[in-house]
Design a protein around this ligand. Structure first.
Ligand SMILES: C[S@@+](CC[C@H](N)C(=O)[O-])C[C@H]1O[C@@H](n2cnc3c(N)ncnc32)[C@H](O)[C@@H]1O
Length: 221
C-alpha cells in the first residue's frame, strides 16, 4: 500500500502530539537562558556577590519550597538573569520583582522577561539588595553569600509581613533556624536550599507590647 504525502503528514503530526507531551511536563525548565553571557559583566560595578546562576531545577525547587501560590509577590534580591522571578510568573502566574546591582544582569533579565512573555507580571530594576524596600513581598529568594544574608536578616525581619517566606540557595542565616532544609540533586551534585517564615507572633508582639511604665514618684513629694 502506498501512502500519500498527506497521510504521511497526518501520521507525523499525530506522532509529534503523542510523544512531545512529556517535553512540556511540569518538571521541565520553563526559562531559557543563554549560558554564553552567564558569567560576563562589562560594567565595573563592585558587587557583594559574583554572578553564578541557580540551575533551573533548583529554581523550581526553591519556588516549591516557598509554596508560591496565586497572589504572591516574589522578590529576588540579586536577580541575575531574572530566572527566578520569570519562572515564578510563568509557572504560578504571580508578580515578580528582580533587583540587581549589575546593569548587565538587568539587561539579561529584561531579555529573559521578553523571551518568556511575562512583561505584565515581572519588573526588574537596578539597585542594592541591602537598600531595597521589600515590604510588599510575600516571598523573597536569595542566592547571595553568608555575610550578605546576615546583613539582610534584620531588614527582612523588620519589613516583611507575617507569613512571608524567604528561600535561600546555598547559604543559611546564621542563628536563625530554618523551618526546612532541602537538598536538591542535579547532575550528580547536591544543592542546599533553606526556608524561613516570618512568624505570626510578629503582629501579636506589637499588639501586646506593654505600655511604657510611668516613672516612679520620688519619696517625700
Ligand atoms: C549568585 S548570583 C544569583 C543570581 C540569581 N538570583 C540566581 O539565583 O540565579 C548573585 C547576583 O547578585 C548580584 N549582586 C551582587 N551584589 C549585589 C547587591 N549588593 N545588591 C543587588 N545585587 C547584587 C550579582 O550581580 C548577581 O547577579
Amino acid at each position: 500500500m502506498k501512502l500519500s504525502f498527506f497521510s504521511v503528514k497526518v501520521v507525523f503530526a499525530v506522532f509529534i502530539v503523542l510523544f512531545s507531551a512529556p517535553l512540556f511536563s511540569d518538571d521541565e525548565a520553563v526559562v531559557e537562558v543563554r549560558p554564553t553571557r552567564a558569567y560576563r559583566s562589562i560594567s565595573d560595578v563592585e558587587l557583594d556577590v559574583p554572578y553564578v546562576p541557580t540551575p533551573q531545577p533548583v529554581v523550581e525547587a526553591m519556588l516549591k519550597l516557598a509554596e508560591v501560590k496565586k497572589g504572591d509577590v516574589v522578590y529576588d534580591l540579586g536577580c541575575g538573569d531574572g530566572r527566578i522571578v520569570v519562572t515564578a510568573a510563568k509557572k504560578y502566574g504571580v508578580r515578580g520583582v528582580g533587583i540587581d546591582l549589575d546593569p548587565d544582569r538587568i539587561e539579561d533579565s529584561k531579555e529573559n522577561i521578553k523571551k518568556n512573555k511575562v512583561e505584565k507580571l515581572v519588573t526588574v530594576r537596578l539597585g542594592n539588595a541591602l537598600e531595597t524596600d521589600v515590604s510588599e513581598a510575600t516571598v523573597v529568594t536569595l542566592y547571595l553569600l553568608p555575610s550578605v544574608n546576615l546583613k539582610l536578616k534584620p531588614i527582612l525581619k523588620k519589613q516583611l509581613r507575617p507569613g512571608a517566606r524567604i528561600v535561600s540557595h546555598a547559604f543559611d542565616m546564621g542563628s536563625w533556624e530554618p523551618e526546612k532544609e532541602v537538598t536538591v540533586k542535579y547532575e550528580g551534585a547536591p544543592y542546599m536550599i533553606y526556608l524561613w517564615r516570618i512568624p505570626e507572633e510578629k503582629k501579636e508582639e506589637k499588639a501586646t507590647k506593654p505600655a511604657k511604665k510611668a516613672p516612679a514618684k520620688k519619696k517625700g513629694k
